[in-house]
Design a protein around this ligand. Structure first.
Ligand SMILES: Nc1ncnc2c1ncn2[C@@H]1O[C@H](COP(=O)(O)OP(=O)(O)OP(=O)(O)O)[C@@H](O)[C@H]1O
Length: 478
């Protein structure tokens, strides 16, 4: 079935834009990047790969710079999904017009035809590029709403991201008012949720789609309340984060190993950052986390961060950071902004100090005179307070969200125009994800600003991030 679908898919996608290591193999548009199962190197002569890769690079640049739908992007999402995603979903007014999902983003255009063939895929594309819709459309193409079993599982690192993915999935999978077809149920099986209620639900009438955090999912699997037998597709979102997390990596690996024994499985990984992706692809095959013909779809390899982001920095002393931030808020007048603050160290906690987030919130509440609502999001808040902060944000109106890295991954607040790194992140990957909370309107020309407040000693750290992520930061003088 997979090979039949592969042949029947029109060749409408662009050349895969992959890094030089994972160059696309075939010079014809619409073909896939294939890798040697053990060496992980492209299965084609290097000269063809090189030529193809140069073409791909040109495509990436011109498309991003113009931002307007080109001849290739004039192809609609509907065209790509036709024959795969049920008609009643594609027909839905909401999908096409209200939400504005008309044209595919680069990752959607490149990945969906491959995903519809049944191949395992690693979706590696910039923040805000539409990876969520990509894997959800695959899921909707596979599940049968008439069957009472869990058919798709999406694993996410945080409750917040889980709630967001669930919301989009429910919106897409809801019963259409003008169709006879039954809608699909989507369960959010997230840390901090009511596991007892979920247990009864899973036993009585299993949902078609489960969006889960690792610990809650593993709990249900261990108790045999949820089984993977009927699952056709397993998605691991923010896969690199989960693999690097000391708490979550083990259970995720175990989950992938159990899933590998299921027949007709399809596994999808997604992230804007897959460090050492060559090794990752290799491990996926070796460990049987994916099938051996897994496809690594790498969009915008030469520009890991969205080009609509402008990066700046201000050198200031630790003691006047608050004042500098206040001046920046006044001069930049963001529509909405996220201010990232470093996590409090164990030593500082033990010493009984207030966390930087609390100090900053207190400062802003007394000193900031603008109209934006000041909100807080951090790990130490209980789940209800965290949910309340995000709900308030989503109700509209501008916000100033003070947050730790908990908001750095996956959270989609498209109205965010400014990011402030009050404290620098620990790694370039963290920088990429924090910065990527802005500039999340795929076809918009709007520039968003990322400003770093650094001490003179931290300049070299920022420079390292600039080299690694291939961007440049402009100094602001105060
Ligand atoms: N085809 C499309 N047309 C218009 N908007 C889209 C399209 N696809 C997705 N979007 C919007 O783009 C935004 C970013 O999408 P999404 O959250 O899936 O990004 P992502 O690639 O998962 O980013 P991250 O890596 O940061 O998690 C969302 O607001 C989504 O609604």
């Amino acid at each position: 079935m997979a090979s039949h679908q592969l042949l029947s898919v029109p060749h409408f996608c662009l050349l895969s834009k992959v890094s030089s290591f994972h160059a696309p193999l075939l010079s014809t548009p619409g073909k896939l990047s294939l890798f040697h199962p053990t060496t992980c190197s492209p299965l084609q002569s290097s000269s063809t790969s090189r030529i193809t890769n140069l073409q791909a690079v040109t495509n990436t640049r011109s498309e991003i710079e113009s931002n307007a739908p080109t001849e290739t992007t004039a192809l609609t999402l509907r065209n790509i999904c036709q024959g795969f995603v049920p008609e009643h979903i594609l027909h839905r007014q909401a999908l096409m017009e209200e939400i504005g999902f008309v044209f595919p983003t680069d990752i959607q255009r490149e990945a969906l035809p491959t995903l519809f063939t049944g191949r395992d895929c690693i979706l590696h594309a910039q923040t805000g590029s539409g990876k969520t819709l990509t894997y959800l459309l695959l899921i909707l193409s596979l599940i049968n709403p008439q069957r009472s079993s869990v058919q798709a599982v999406v694993v996410v690192p945080t409750r917040e991201l889980g709630m967001q993915v669930t919301k989009v999935a429910r919106m897409l999978a809801a019963k259409s008012t003008d169709a006879e077809v039954k809608g699909c149920t989507v369960m959010a099986l997230l840390d901090g949720g009511m596991l007892r209620r979920h247990k009864s639900w899973l036993k009585a009438e299993p949902p078609a789609i489960v969006v889960a955090t690792v610990a809650s999912l593993c709990h249900m699997l261990e108790k045999h309340i949820l089984r993977l037998d009927s699952v056709k597709v397993l998605v691991v979102d923010e896969v690199d984060f989960l693999f690097y997390s000391s708490k979550q990596a083990g259970p995720v690996r175990k989950l992938l190993t159990s899933f590998s024994s299921c027949d007709k499985r399809q596994t999808v990984f997604a992230s804007a950052s897959i460090p050492q992706h060559k090794h990752f692809v290799h491990d996926c095959m070796q460990q049987k986390w994916t099938k051996r013909d897994v496809v690594h779809i790498h969009v915008s390899a030469i520009t890991p961060m969205p080009l609509c982001l402008l990066h700046k920095f201000v050198v200031c002393g630790k003691k006047n950071k608050h004042q500098v931030l206040l001046a920046l808020l006044e001069s930049d007048a963001p529509e909405s902004a996220i201010i990232f603050v470093g996590e409090q160290s164990e030593k500082s906690k033990k010493a009984g100090n207030d966390p930087s987030t609390t100090l900053l919130i207190e400062f802003l509440k007394t000193s900031y005179n603008g109209s934006l609502e000041i909100l807080l999001l951090e790990e130490d808040m209980n789940f209800n307070s965290r949910a309340a902060s995000l709900t308030e944000i989503r109700q509209g109106g501008g916000f100033l969200l003070v947050s730790t890295d908990i908001a750095a991954r996956g959270i989609d607040l498209p109205e965010t125009t400014h990011i402030f790194n009050f404290d620098l992140p620990q790694t370039a990957t963290d920088y990429l994800h924090r910065a990527g909370r802005a500039g999340r309107k795929p076809f918009s020309d709007r520039k968003c600003i990322v400003t770093n407040l650094i001490t003179s000693e931290e300049r070299f750290v920022l420079q390292r991030f600039e080299n690694e992520l291939m961007f440049s930061c402009e100094e602001l003088m105060f």
